[in-house]
Design a protein around this ligand. Structure first.
Ligand SMILES: [Cu+2]
Length: 101
């Protein structure tokens, strides 16, 4: 069973145009928030809550929370490596990587 502060799998490889769906299988709330400086040049920013910047996501955390049992999805159209994290649990190392071919 996954613990409460982990994205599983931590690294996901997909093809361009595919959609990743995150499902909150824990019993606490999380976010999926891209690191603005860890996405490819020209790629769209993504974050649960629909924010257009990391700063906005960090300043309005509650709007980005994914409740237990809920999902968030994003389609990756741009090849490259994307780093993301969970705002409440960033300090616990709750980070992940998407590699888009
Ligand atoms: Cu979290």
């Amino acid at each position: 069973m996954p613990d409460n502060h982990t994205f599983e799998p931590q690294t996901v490889m997909i093809d361009s145009g595919e959609t990743v769906t995150w499902t909150n299988e824990s019993d606490i709330e999380h976010t999926v928030t891209a690191y603005e400086d860890e996405i490819p040049e020209g790629a769209a920013y993504f974050a649960s809550g629909g924010f257009e910047s990391e700063r906005a996501a960090r300043s309005r955390v509650k709007e980005g929370l994914i409740a237990p049992g809920e999902t968030y999805e994003h389609t990756f159209d741009h090849p490259g490596t994307y780093g993301y994290f969970c705002i409440p649990h960033e300090g616990s190392g709750m980070v992940g990587t998407i590699r888009v071919e």
